[in-house]
Design a protein around this ligand. Structure first.
Ligand SMILES: [Zn+2]
Length: 304
């Protein structure tokens, strides 16, 4: 805990799930710019770590690893995707604790290269993503005591390389950022992060089909809690379908009324989501409602 402008703000939170079988390590930046802490999570299950937090959380993660006893110690780590709030601790885990870092084929070059990202992301997640000596894995991951087996489940859309992990017997899905609490804005424009709402939708649909027999499904997100039940996936899909349908409807309607270009897009944003978010200004348009509308319009409407 730290003292910030007279209020206590938690930076690290540890949450246990499923009879303490799953430890969720959450980290948020303590900078004053943010109106509220924005958390990212990694999960530790039977010596297997899923994701590694942000570069700014490196010291806190190091203290956490040092606090683990022999039984809990991390044996291996898998990085779901290359965004700095997921891959940020991997360099330290590998160089200081010799923990092997695994990732998908699509993510490997990016991880090995490291990444310098814009200042607004540095403010939230710390200075830079250092290169990681990662290895590719393309087969199910078995945990230390062999209790759990995680299948690799690609879910692009938020990031092309994102791979979720699914433990079928336990009915656990670790989806990182592939499922969001609300679809109001996405990354795009000039950012190195290019989200695609139609691919996000396809990934959700694929997850729904894959988890068909799982009536007790738990979906573990990064920083946005644990979602219970497959119905949540349907709700998310319906939310996106509704946005998709309306974006196209408003587009045709406004075109008939003579709107075009930027004015047309601005009007759709207003009708569908309210005014453009202040975050758009702060991120130079990288994360905005406009990006979401453009992605929805690029996605052909049904039946056309
Ligand atoms: Zn991400």
């Amino acid at each position: 805990m730290i003292l910030l402008s007279g209020v206590f703000l938690l930076v690290v939170r540890i949450i246990y799930h499923c009879n303490n079988e799953i430890l969720e390590w959450q980290w948020a930046s303590d900078i004053k710019l943010m109106p509220y802490p924005y958390f990212t999570s990694c999960y530790l299950i039977d010596g297997f770590l899923i994701d590694s937090g942000a570069p700014g959380g490196e010291n806190d993660l190091r203290e956490f690893v040092k606090s683990l006893n022999c039984d809990q110690m991390i044996e291996k780590c898998f990085i779901t995707h290359t965004h700095e709030d997921h891959a940020g601790g991997a360099h330290m885990l590998n160089t200081e604790f010799a923990i092997p870092i695994f990732t998908s084929e699509k993510a490997i070059n990016f991880l090995r290269k490291g990444n310098l990202y814009p200042e607004y992301r540095q403010a939230a997640w710390g200075p830079e993503l250092l290169p990681v000596n990662a290895e590719i894995i393309d087969e199910p991951i078995i945990t230390k005591s062999k209790r759990y087996k995680f299948e690799l489940f690609p879910m692009s859309g938020h990031a092309p390389e994102l791979v979720a992990l699914i433990e079928k017997n336990q009915q656990w899905a670790f989806v990182a950022d592939a499922v969001q609490p609300k679809y109001k804005m996405i990354f795009g424009k000039n950012s190195d992060i290019q989200e695609d709402i139609s691919l996000i939708y396809q990934a959700l649909s694929k997850l729904y089909d894959f988890t068909e027999s799982m009536d007790q499904l738990l979906i573990f997100s990064a920083g946005n809690g644990v979602l219970q039940g497959r119905e949540i996936i349907i709700k998310k899909m319906e939310e996106i379908e509704d946005l998709h349908k309306k974006a196209h409807e408003y587009h045709s309607l406004l075109q008939k009324e003579g709107y075009s270009g930027k004015k047309l897009i601005r009007k759709i944003i207003k009708m569908l989501l309210g005014r453009e978010s202040i975050i758009s200004q702060f991120t130079h348009g990288d994360l905005s409602r406009e990006n979401l509308i453009l992605s929805l319009l690029k996605w052909e409407k049904k039946g056309s």
